[in-house]
Design a protein around this ligand. Structure first.
Ligand code: 3PG
Length: 306
């Protein structure tokens, strides 16, 4: 079988070497398409492949249509909003993710961004400490849980809202369960976003929630830009000069935000939550192993288009 690693944002070499070992070691062929700049390059690369590993790369209907032999696509990571699941399902292609494999890298970045914002983006002047501050975790999945653990090490008081996670799973981690999303935003100095981007969540974080944050509140987004209502974010930052926004996924209107709000806003130059050697190795190798197992035994654990 021919396995393509198609990554606009390449894995670390050590991860690619590991993927190669797994794929070739099981008698399959590996090919690479890295740092491509146009969808056409991806269409051409997928023509004869049986399996694909991607990161945030967009696997659209056009990609699926071009990939005539494709049987499985694995998103090396958590969020699979970049895969056209309907197109995969229609063709009988199995789509998977690798939940948890890159979560620690994202969690560490979330805390790093909190420190950065608390310390005036490392500019001269008096900052504040995380210790004793209230942190609200919006969605208690793999990343949210890790953020909670690290934040407790900082001495933060941690709260979480997640209607899909049983309350005792949250509380046994020493995290306070919050029953409504409004309560989370109104009680926490920092809110860390870990919701997926889907039809229910897109544009859901806007003025109604952000206006409830306590004085000096800071929203940290290592999830997806699509969950933010960007027009309302701009309005609330104008209305409330005490609020801050840090994101790993630059807003479409980031240039305007930067110009208007200076060090009250921060965006990484390219999404880097999962950009660690460890996360690349964990997610990359898991993807390769999932593909090999699928071809060898038909195993569909982690399938997301069921
Ligand atoms: C994920 O959903 O796993 C993260 O957002 C990481 O995305 P990336 O592989 O594009 O860095």
């Amino acid at each position: 079988m021919k396995v393509l690693v198609a990554t606009d944002k390449p894995f670390a070499k050590v991860a690619v070497d590991g993927i190669r070992k797994i794929v070739e070691g099981s008698g399959n062929e590996l090919c690479l398409l890295e740092k491509y700049t146009t969808p056409e390059e991806l269409y051409a690369a997928v023509v004869d492949v049986d399996a694909m590993i991607v990161r945030s790369d967009k696997v659209t209907k056009e990609v699926i249509d071009a990939a005539k032999q494709l049987k499985i696509v694995v998103r090396a990571g958590a969020g699979y909003d970049n895969l056209d699941l309907a197109a995969c399902t229609q063709r009988g292609i199995v789509a998977m993710n690798t939940p948890g494999q890159n979560s620690n890298a994202v969690a560490e970045l979330a805390l790093g961004m909190m420190v950065y914002m608390a310390r005036n983006t490392f500019q001269p002047g008096t900052g504040s400490e995380l210790k004793g501050k209230k942190l609200g975790i919006h969605a208690y999945g793999n990343v949210g849980r890790l953020v909670a653990g690290i934040a407790k090490g900082f001495g933060m008081e941690v709260f979480a809202f997640d209607p899909f996670v049983p309350a005792d799973t949250i509380s046994k981690d020493g995290v306070k369960v919050v029953n409504t999303v409004e309560e989370l935003y109104s009680s926490c100095h920092y809110v860390s976003l870990h919701i997926p981007a889907n039809a229910q969540t897109k544009g859901s974080i806007g003025q109604a929630l952000l206006s409830q944050m306590p004085k000096g509140g800071c929203l940290v987004n290592t999830a997806r830009k699509e969950v933010i209502n960007e027009a309302e974010l701009l309005l609330i930052l104008e209305e409330r000069p005490d609020l801050k926004y840090a994101t790993d996924i630059a807003a479409d209107n980031q240039a305007v935000l930067n110009e208007k709000f200076g060090t009250r806003v921060f965006a990484t130059s390219k999404k880097m939550g999962a950009e660690t050697a460890e996360a690349n190795i964990n997610a990359g190798l898991a993807s390769a192993n999932q593909i090999v197992k699928f071809f060898q035994t038909g195993d569909k654990t982690f399938q997301v288009n069921k």
